[in-house]
Write a protein that binds this ligand. Structure first.
Ligand SMILES: [Zn+2]
Length: 415
């Protein structure tokens, strides 16, 4: 049994929302952070600290963590590894504690993106300067991202990671930005990197060749075989740039259930898979992207059987045709759908209808005034998300009205 651990860093609120035509309202990002915390995820990359429309959301979420609304999860910001960005980030989001600082490392990007403006030494120096600046401003943990690591010469990656480690970085993020690696190249490269530098490795894999989860777990195995911890970055339902990222639930299942991992490699023991169904459906609804019918664990067909041999075999013993039980991923409950009269709460609701809905959710208010205050925020929530307010959203607003108000305050700055 190997001793090191595989942790999950979910980047839905960063890579997921930066994706073309996909986005989440700040309230939805917040609920996702609460769900990820409930699921035992180590860190949520919760947004972009230098982006102005994130400021209220980021500050309010850090406050929520302080208030105990989130128990354990770390909230990490994504930044370019540029000193000025680090300074701006800590000015706008003073309580920021965890950051990932990102810079491109491949020859392709140095020539094709930076157009030769920076030498390799410049890249190393910019990264080190940014790391130093983050420590000076109160960072408690720093991950350094090598963007396009999979197309970067291994020798350079080692040099880059050694420099980051010398400046105190906690982890190196190996970004397979274009999904170029396969599980075998990933294993070899990450093992060499981890062995030579002895620094925990984050695996950040994209799905352009359909191998994001496979590459992520192969990289994690390599890191652990080399004697360091591994961190896999995931997104809920695998949504992310282009063909997406490593899917959160599939990644967890791969580590827990695959023949080469089960009982051999440790997944962070805080992970509770039973919340999978809830978080995947919430993300699907909020992103307005249906879960594919064949999605592992949470797709409509993940536990469906029809053909004679399969149905018969499953009925005799589900282990004949199911690798894991549906209850493990939070399925099996009966969902009630109202087919008769329905009272909903939205942007034009009044107090009577609201009290009816709140009563169903067993929400209590100390007086009418409090109920009216919460109703006002719930109306704004509907304006803000343009979707019916969910039970958990309403409960969150009722429990943390001040923070909810701040999260939903998204005003353009005067230009
Ligand atoms: Zn990415």
């Amino acid at each position: 049994m190997v001793e090191n651990t595989i942790y999950i860093i979910d980047v839905t609120n960063r890579d997921g929302v930066q994706t073309s035509r996909l986005g989440l309202a700040k309230l939805e990002k917040t609920v996702l952070n609460l769900y990820l915390d409930e699921m035992g995820v180590f860190q949520s990359e919760f947004g972009f600290p230098v982006t102005r429309h994130e400021t209220n959301y980021l500050n309010a979420n850090l406050e929520l963590a302080e208030l105990g609304a989130m128990k354990r999860i770390r909230l990490g910001g994504w930044l370019r590894a540029i000193k000025a960005d680090v300074e701006e980030a800590f000015r706008l989001v003073p309580k920021l504690k965890h950051v990932n600082l990102s810079i491109s490392t491949s020859e392709q990007m140095l020539n094709g993106k930076f157009l030769g403006k920076y030498s390799w030494d410049d890249i190393i120096n910019m990264m080190c300067e940014a790391v130093d600046a983050a420590w000076e401003r109160g960072a408690e943990s720093i991950g350094v991202n090598a963007e396009d690591a999979s197309r970067t010469e291994l020798e350079r990656l080692v040099e880059f990671a050694k420099a980051a480690k010398q400046h105190g970085a906690d982890r190196i993020r190996y970004c397979d930005t274009l999904g170029y690696d396969d599980p075998f190249t990933m294993y070899e490269r990450v093992k060499t990197l981890a062995k030579l530098v002895k620094i925990p490795i984050e695996l950040h894999c994209h799905n352009d060749l359909g191998m994001a989860v496979a590459c992520s777990v192969a990289g994690a195995k390599a890191a652990i075989d080399a004697g360091v911890d591994a961190y896999i970055t995931t997104t809920v339902n695998g949504l992310g740039e282009r063909a997406g990222n490593a899917d959160l639930v599939s990644t967890i299942l791969a580590i827990q259930k695959a023949s080469g991992f089960e009982n051999k490699y440790h997944l962070d023991k805080h992970i509770i898979l039973i919340h999978a169904w809830k978080i995947c459906n919430y993300a699907s609804r909020s992103f307005r992207v249906p879960i594919p019918v064949n999605q592992p664990a949470v797709g409509d067909n993940a536990f469906a059987h029809e053909s004679g041999i399969h149905a018969d075999g499953t009925l005799k013993d589900s282990r004949n045709y199911e690798l894991y039980h549906f209850s493990e991923v939070g399925r099996g409950h009966i969902e009630q759908i109202e087919t008769g009269r329905l009272i909903t709460t939205g942007e034009y609701s009044g107090i009577k209808g609201f009290r009816n809905v709140a009563g169903k959710y067993e929400l209590e208010f100390k007086d009418d005034e409090e109920a009216r205050e919460i109703l006002e925020l719930v109306r704004y929530a509907n304006v803000h998300t343009q979707l019916p307010v969910t039970e958990d959203e309403m409960k969150f607003i009722a429990e943390y009205p001040k923070q909810a108000m701040r999260i939903m305050s998204v005003e353009p700055w005067a230009v």
